[in-house]
Design a protein around this ligand. Structure first.
Ligand code: SF4
Ligand code: SF4
Length: 165
């Protein structure tokens, strides 16, 4: 069943991505040349290339890790001479990927950890023992029950539950 979120994403994506708009991109490369992520990992991320992939082979691009490397700094969005909404397109495409069940491994593990303990870092009994030995207070394996309940509510409302499976 299509959720409210998925229909909103699709509508926005269709508005942002269409063949007519792609013709406006004349491959000047300003987006890639301005991108801080592409500067650090040019072999893995290229916004101009990613935009082309989204337009020409959306289904395949939804499964690719490159989609998750944009840091949302909006530099390309600001500088594109053709005013293509690059950052928004990347964001909407990510939404669509999640709706189709594609989610990169690392954030999935992190979300599972947060759902389990309320923390991004696992605090094992051994870690607590080391803390005690250093004269530091125990942290415990999870945050408070109340905090976990709130995290669960946020997770369900935001549909993050999709990555639990
Ligand atoms: S800056 Fe805009 S016009 Fe230039 S390559 Fe990137 S998307 Fe295309
Ligand atoms: S918004 Fe993303 S793709 Fe654009 S310049 Fe910033 S990190 Fe690069």
């Amino acid at each position: 069943m299509e959720t409210e979120i998925s229909s909103i994403s699709k509508e926005l994506l269709q508005r942002s991505i269409n063949a007519e708009k792609l013709r406006y991109c004349y491959g000047c490369g300003t987006c890639t040349a301005s991108c801080p992520v592409a500067k650090v990992i040019p072999e893995n991320f290229n916004p101009r290339g990613l935009l082309q992939k989204i337009f020409f082979d959306l289904s395949k691009t939804l499964t690719e890790d490159e989609l998750w490397l944009c840091a949302w700094c909006y530099t390309c969005y600001e500088r594109c001479p053709q005013e293509l909404k690059t950052t928004e397109i990347f964001l909407l495409t990510r939404n669509l990927a999640v709706e189709r069940g594609y989610f990169p491994r690392q954030p999935t593990a992190l979300i599972k950890q947060i759902l389990r303990s309320g923390r991004t870092l696992e605090i094992t009994p051994a870690r607590d023992k080391r803390r005690i030995a250093l004269g530091l207070p125990e942290i415990g394996e999870t945050v408070s029950e109340q905090a976990l309940k709130e995290i669960k509510t946020i997770t369900e409302k935001s549909e993050t539950w999709r990555v639990r499976e």
